[in-house]
Design a binder for this molecule. Structure first.
Ligand code: SF4
Length: 507
């Protein structure tokens, strides 16, 4: 595997050298660089996307990433809504060194972008929350290892996104993947309910149910069948209609299901041993002293786990999902002292310390407060905490500056009289994407915003299409087009929607 990656990286290195010598345009470099998750930014520096399966990251890897950032003169790390880590502001001459350093550090560089199998998304509290059916991270990791050996998975008509939900509450996440698995136990056997053909972007769609139940051993076979189907039937002529959801649309649900079953039947994928470990509690023997803690921090950031009253998880609200090398190192130190050997990245662009002894909370709080001063632990303000994509100031294909709207909306929410306990709920409800590509995942939000340009009275205006899902539907995509609002008017409109539809939040 390492040799194969090295050979692929060497080919990429040649292309980067040609680009640096002016023999290749940025657009031509994109053909070979995008499948590795390497894209040029608006400022002509580059972004390199590290896939972190299920957002499950060893603490030691935080330090590796911090060292790579420093050594290669990289701007910062950005946590994505798909649980990847993007290195932003990579000088072109350091791209190759960056991807090789990541690979050597156990962060294999492949399939971060382009028409490939992308990072597998997983419920961030998998194996931790009390409603977690079982920990699905091992299945996501094992499947990733299998798929890395399938050449077709890296030569698809368009991207292939797979997700694992560890509990019924995450079913929407699974149903909006090209292939989504929801953990189920049937007759005491662990397995999955399976959805296919969902996705966000143009014509977002919920997937159709492929199986009520498959045992865990059948997961790779199911993924291989979908990969083969997509490879053979995806539209390679029109990129905008290439995702699996468009095959479903073209054939209709029943015919798609029939086609999938044909592929599934003819696919054999013998898995003799499908490793499945269950998350074990790492115990810390140290007894910590009790100090007073900020009540808001306890309210917003600390959640119960299935490991009893003495063990909690702690969410770190990362401003705009951005962290510099120093902050990454401090977080690693905090986790090593007070947490466990791994962290989880969330689709809300935050970090979770999954297992923290309750007795360690006061010391953890003091450490974070004194060592990570730029991080608003207690949600004093909404600023920097609303889930936004990078937006058009960084992203070359973006239309509007989503984080700028995020800040305007945050200022408006800060002025409103919102009770403290509603803060984190509101944060989890709102997502803003700077264009229809939906990188912030706005179609699944209770209140999602999608940036676009529209001619109004002969003037091209910045507008947001506001998606809402205000009737409490547990399993639906938000519907677009209820409101098309000029950017400046969006904060007022959102406040109005919150007041009218979410009275329990006391906005
Ligand atoms: S949603 Fe659009 S603007 Fe935002 S990061 Fe994705 S492609 Fe760029």
């Amino acid at each position: 595997m390492e040799n194969k990656l090295k050979a692929e990286h060497l080919i990429l290195k040649e292309e980067i050298t040609k680009f640096l010598n002016g023999e290749l345009s940025a657009a031509d470099l994109k053909h070979s660089a995008a499948p590795f998750g390497i894209y040029q930014q608006r400022d002509d520096l580059f972004m390199t996307r590290i896939r972190i399966t299920g957002g499950h990251l060893a603490v030691s890897e935080l330090n590796i990433i911090a060292d790579i950032i420093d050594k290669n003169n990289i701007g910062y790390a950005h946590l994505t809504t798909r649980q990847d880590i993007q290195l932003q502001g990579v000088p072109p001459e350091n791209i190759y060194a960056t991807i090789r350093a990541c690979t050597k550090g156990g962060l294999p560089f492949k399939g971060g972008g382009g028409n490939t199998f992308r990072n597998i998304a997983v419920s961030p509290d998998s194996g931790i929350a009390s409603d977690s059916v079982f920990d699905v991270i091992p299945h996501a990791k094992t499947l990733t290892d299998f798929i890395f050996t399938w050449n077709k998975a890296f030569d698809l008509p368009r991207k292939l996104k797979i997700g694992f939900a560890s509990s019924p509450k995450d079913e929407l996440m699974a149903a909006t993947q090209d292939l989504g698995f929801v953990a189920v136990i049937k007759n005491e056997k662990p397995g999955f309910k399976v959805y296919g053909g969902g996705g966000m972007g143009r014509d977002s769609a919920l997937g159709i149910k492929l199986f009520d139940f498959i045992p865990v051993e059948e997961v790779p076979r199911c993924a291989l069948a979908m990969t083969e189907l997509f490879y053979d039937h995806g539209d390679r002529t029109n990129r905008n209609k290439a995702r699996i959801r468009f095959i479903v649309k073209r054939l209709g649900n029943e015919n798609f299901l029939e086609l999938f079953n044909e592929y599934f039947k003819k696919t054999s994928f013998a898995v003799k041993h499908f490793p499945g470990w269950e998350l074990k509690l790492e115990t810390k023997t140290k007894i910590f002293s009790k100090q007073s803690m900020n009540e808001n921090w306890l309210k917003h950031a600390v959640s119960p786990t299935r490991f009893g009253n003495d063990v909690v998880s702690v969410r770190i609200f990362v401003p705009k999902g951005n962290l510099n090398a120093g902050q990454l190192r401090k977080l690693a130190e905090a986790s090593n002292r007070y947490g466990c050997s791994f962290i989880r990245l969330t689709p809300g662009q935050d970090i979770v310390f999954p297992l923290v002894q309750r007795s360690a909370l006061s010391e953890l709080y003091m450490f974070l407060k004194t060592q990570l001063k730029d991080i608003d632990l207690t949600l004093e303000s909404f600023k920097g905490h609303i889930t936004c994509c990078l937006g058009s100031t960084v992203c070359k294909i973006g239309i509007l500056d989503a984080p700028a709207l995020g800040n305007e909306l945050a200022a408006q929410l800060d002025k409103a009289d919102i009770k403290a306990e509603s803060y984190s709920k509101i944060l989890d409800m709102i997502k803003i994407s700077g264009c229809p590509n939906s990188c912030a995942g706005h179609p699944t939000a209770c209140i999602g915003m999608q940036g676009q340009k529209k001619k109004i009275d002969d003037k091209l205006e910045n507008v947001y299409n506001i998606f809402t899902k205000t009737d409490g539907k547990a399993f639906a995509l938000a519907e677009a087009g209820d409101y098309l609002v000029k950017q400046d008017d969006v904060p007022d409109k959102i406040l109005e929607i919150l007041k009218q539809n979410f009275k329990e939040l006391s906005v």
